[in-house]
Design a protein around this ligand. Structure first.
Ligand code: XIL
Length: 315
């Protein structure tokens, strides 16, 4: 059975994957990607980011993003927009522009409303703000925060919601999957936004995990987010290991995928799960975490690993 079909059977909205434009020429890959019983939701891994969509101020390019949006539409898969505002993959005209507060606010508004507006009606959910927090729970000292304070988050959420009122607007981050300082800060941020009437529909838990280290407080933490009146999604799931892979590591990885899926299953407000690409051939892990990898449910040769069965078993 396909993973999305199993997720739907279990009452979840979707099981999805990230994908990226250069990968689409590999037919053994697209044969799996295009199966909407396997994946019911798609996230563009790169092609809707700021550097890809507004490389120069006021110059928008949606060519690669449109390829992903059209793929999802053709396949009958939900589309997740990723993302409006993030400190990485930002063009230097944003980071080095030395803009004053009024100008940077307007730049954020223009970027979010143009990007979200371009895909209006086609995206279920936007990761509007990505990675706003440091691990200690303080706000990340990026160009947005340094110029505007935390108000940039409300600015981005409002602009995105106004551009596509039917899209769910999320904040997405890593290391907020278990309880702790960073998750507490995210809860406080959501509470504060809600008290100001700022649109916030959900929180994305990226979930870039390490084998054997899925947080034991995942369910409790998701319940605490849900209690604030937002939905929750697992948005970038992978479970990496120090290479080389061994049978024991792959067996633990299977359990880890199962644990994460079962956690989402245990929380009604957890709407779905996205894996951050489904094959080790295209995973971002080895380039970002040297010496680590094998983080996804399909191996380099597009053969299913034990982790695939772990996902099925979790629902
Ligand atoms: C990653 C992409 O997968 C890579 O191809 C790119 O080189 C760097 O970004 N958290 C996020 C994603 O929110 O946007 C990142 O995607 C992975 C970590």
């Amino acid at each position: 059975a396909g993973l999305h079909a199993v997720a739907r059977q279990a009452g979840k909205l979707y099981l999805g994957t990230a994908t990226d434009n250069p990968e689409l020429t590999t037919t053994a890959y697209t044969a799996i990607l295009d199966n909407n019983q396997m994946f019911g939701q798609i996230t563009a891994a790169n092609s809707m980011k700021w550097d890809a969509t507004e490389p120069s101020r006021g110059v928008f390019t949606f060519t690669n993003g449109d390829v992903i949006a059209n793929l999802a539409q053709r396949n009958g898969q939900l589309l997740r927009g990723h993302n409006c505002v993030w400190h990485q993959q930002l063009p230097s005209w944003v980071t080095s522009g030395n803009f004053n507060a009024a100008t940077l606010t307007s730049i954020i508004q223009t970027h979010c409303s143009t990007l979200v507006g371009h895909y209006k009606g086609r995206v279920r959910t936007w990761d509007v703000v990505n990675e706003p927090l440091n691990d200690d729970g303080s706000f990340r000292q990026d160009v947005f925060f340094n110029t505007l304070g935390q108000g940039y988050i409300a600015t981005a959420l409002r602009a995105a919601k106004a551009a596509d009122p039917n899209a769910k607007v999320y904040i997405n981050d890593f290391n907020i999957e278990g309880t702790g300082a960073k998750a507490t800060a995210m809860k406080n941020l959501i509470r504060s936004l809600k008290s100001q009437g700022v649109p916030i529909d959900g929180v994305g838990l990226q979930s870039h995990f390490i084998v054997g280290q899925v947080p034991t407080t995942l369910v409790q933490n998701m319940q605490e987010f849900a209690a604030l009146g937002v939905e929750v999604a697992i948005t970038e799931l992978d479970v990496r290991m120090t290479l080389p892979e061994t049978a024991a590591l792959l067996a633990q990885q299977k359990k880890d995928f199962q644990t994460v899926v079962a956690a989402c299953q245990a929380v009604p407000q957890c709407v779905g799960i996205t894996i951050w690409d489904f094959t080790d051939r295209f995973s971002f892990v080895p380039s970002t975490f040297p010496g680590q990898g094998a983080a996804t449910p399909w191996d380099e040769n597009l053969v299913k690993k034990p982790a695939f069965d772990g996902i099925v078993a979790g629902f």
